[in-house]
Write a new protein. Structure first.
Length: 660
């Protein structure tokens, strides 16, 4: 079966469970791109038209139940003699697995789970659906603690003969109600009995009745009293003990009469463990009913024969003494011997069994005669549920009421069908029902939508972004990295789809995002042999900064002058990656020609000599008194030491004038 595609959309992936009538597989719905559970009827039932019809009809009815604690039915179909039901896929464990792993529950946890199961039953019962197979294996608990009841209506498709087909179905006998064990009429109170057994198991860690075979367990449900759960777990409050005993009463009339009633008491205990729970008072008739061991006339005959075989043959005296058994005179009793008293007791037991046999035979005979002579009830006029799927609400109402049926607004629910059109009808389309029957109609609210989470403005890192995407109901797409001057390293800098974009819930949209690597690094260029001005221009677009460190060179050689202002070293090598605005220290030559002792060279020389020398050396100069003649004498020079191209001032004095 694995790998097979049903209905051109459901690809079977793996087997995840097995029940009495079916196998359950995990599958992928390629149309809505989601996982589903597919229940497939076993081959042994595929030739039973009655079971197949009920299988489909009940599944269609369950599909109209809308409740958070019920596993949703999504589709029903047949392909190549394979009959299947498609349900929502619930990831988690069933309650039986949890009980086996952890043992008894705290009474608070048990009440919480039981309330949710009762809520599911209330929804089903209000829609005239009886589960008939409430047991821990049919109660799923998700990883988030949500309780879901599954297999609604499937047990209803079986009859008593089905029990002999498989041990899987027979295993449910631990949760059978007495009326189920007898094959009697059942109603919603049957489910409440089974819920009481489940609640019993949750708080005690064991079922109330166990035995070597399903039949022996079923008989115990009919005959034996339930051991109060408080006897096995003293920690549960008296109120919960009373609730469980009331739910597991043998007679339906003494149990809870509705799921709402048991929900009310569960809530009452949740708020106040000392709450008073009213339980029915036992009567004499109840005692009489419960001591009737047999569940069939044949079983009664066998029991009577067994009792009779244990009675010893009576002698003549014993026969004469039988009349004494009908007197209650103490004097006569004193006259009897011990042997006579013992024989009288045996006779009374045998007579009681024979009377019980006669009563049952009489009752069966009367029932047969009554049913034989009873006239069949008058047939009511029936109509067929019209096909209003796809109609608007007003169109559906007009069509249904035109058939003399009662239109019931079932509210809206998300669907891939067009918005504001009918998606579900209960009872199902084509079914024949009495006139004035209520027909519930569910309207499509359109495809469920969800908003894409905002990953950027919240400053999420990669792990937090993935968690936010999953929590919102999306899948994680591509995760890449890029540089950003504004978003800190390691944070989400962009996403696709954009934040708050509206997407269909079932589209399995993937959200991709980009993680910032921080500002993009810069490759350091080579500044060697560049002038300072050239280096400054080369880094203007790289957002680097230069720390200038000159190295003075004193020389009077012409060939060294071309090194003036050129860089010969840098602290960070070429092609090194650095962050923007990094400081790079560079060293450059600063040409310094050697200074001449001008004062010493010109002092005492004539003006004419001084001019010729200064011009030859490349100095700029001026005289303190330009009117002095050429033979005037240099008195001093300022500055005394200078380099060519420097400006000096020459002070003169008249020839033959004493120095100052």
């Amino acid at each position: 079966m694995v790998g097979k595609v049903l209905g051109e959309r459901y690809e079977i992936l793996e087997k995840i469970g097995e029940g009495g009538m079916s196998y359950v597989y995990k599958a992928k719905c390629h149309k809505l791109k989601r996982y589903v559970a597919v229940k497939i009827l076993k081959d042994s039932f595929t030739n039973n038209e009655e079971i197949i019809e009920k299988f489909k009809r009940e599944a269609t009815a369950i599909a109209n139940l809308t409740n958070p604690n019920i596993v949703n039915i999504l589709d029903v179909g047949t392909q190549d003699n394979i009959h299947y039901i498609v349900m929502e896929y619930v990831k988690g464990k069933n309650l039986k697995e949890i009980i086996n792993e952890h043992g008894k529950f705290s009474y608070e946890s048990a009440i919480s789970i039981a309330s949710k199961v009762a809520n599911a039953l209330d929804c089903a019962h209000r829609n005239n659906i009886i589960h008939r197979d409430i047991k821990p294996q049919n109660i799923l608990v998700t990883e988030e603690g949500i309780v879901k009841v599954t297999d609604f209506g499937i047990a209803k498709s079986t009859d008593s003969s089905t029990i002999t087909y498989t041990n899987s179905v027979m295993g449910s006998a631990h949760y059978f109600s007495p009326e189920q064990a007898k094959g009697s009429y059942i109603d919603c109170r049957t489910d409440l009995y089974s819920l009481g057994v489940v609640l019993y198991e949750m708080v005690t860690g064991r079922v109330p009745f166990d035995g070597e075979s399903p039949v022996s367990v079923a008989l115990k449900h009919i005959q034996e009293e339930v051991v109060p759960p408080k006897n096995l777990n003293s920690k549960i409050p008296d109120s919960l003990n009373s609730l469980i005993l009331k739910a597991t009463e043998k007679e339906p009339i003494k149990r809870y009469q509705s799921a709402k009633e048991i929900i009310g008491d569960l809530e009452k205990i949740k708020e106040n463990p000392n709450a008073q729970i009213i339980i029915p008072v036992e009567s004499l008739e109840d005692d009489h009913t419960r001591i009737m061991e047999p569940i069939t006339v044949e079983a009664i005959k066998q029991a009577a024969a067994k009792k009779a075989s244990n009675v010893k043959p009576k002698d003549v005296d014993d026969e004469d003494e039988e009349d004494d058994e009908y007197y209650d005179d103490e004097d006569e009793d004193e006259k009897l011997t011990p042997k006579q008293k013992k024989q009288r007791t045996k006779n009374r037991i045998l007579l009681g069994l024979l009377l019980a046999l006669l009563l049952v035979i009489g009752a069966v005979t009367a029932y047969a005669i009554t049913n034989k002579n009873a006239k069949p009830p008058a047939t009511k006029e029936q109509v067929e549920i019209p096909n209003v799927i796809g109609m608007t609400k007003d169109q559906a109402k007009s069509t249904i009421e035109g058939k003399e049926l009662v239109f019931v607004d079932g509210g809206q629910e998300n669907s891939d069908k067009p918005k504001d059109t009918v998606t579900q009808v209960t009872p199902g389309v084509g079914q024949k029902v009495d006139k004035k029957t209520s027909v519930k109609v569910v309207i499509s609210a359109g495809v469920a939508t969800i908003n894409v989470p905002d990953l950027v403005s919240q400053g999420l890192d990669e792990a937090a972004a993935k968690k936010a995407i999953a929590s919102a109901g999306f899948s994680v797409g591509n995760v890449t990295q890029d540089y950003s001057d504004t978003v800190p390293k390691g944070k989400v800098m962009s996403q696709e789809p954009a934040a708050n974009a509206v997407k269909n819930k079932d589209d399995n949209t993937a959200v991709s995002f980009v993680i910032s690597k921080g500002p993009q690094p810069v490759l350091v260029p080579s500044f060697i042999n560049m002038t300072v001005d050239e280096a400054q221009k080369s880094i203007s677009d790289k957002k680097l900064s230069l720390n200038l460190k000159p190295k003075e060179v004193v020389t009077d050689k012409v060939e060294n002058k071309d090194m003036d202002g050129k860089i010969f070293d840098q602290t960070i090598p070429k092609d090194t990656e650095v962050a923007k605005n990094t400081d790079i220290t560079v060293q450059y030559y600063k040409y310094q020609p050697r200074k001449i002792d001008v004062q010493n060279e010109l002092h005492g020389r004539t003006r004419d000599y001084a001019e010729a020398w200064l011009n030859a050396k490349g100095f700029f100069y001026n005289f303190d008194d330009p009117s002095q003649p050429k033979d005037s004498i240099v008195d001093r020079v300022e500055p005394a030491q200078a380099a060519p191209k420097d400006t000096v001032k020459v002070y003169l004095k008249p020839a033959n004038k004493p120095a100052q």
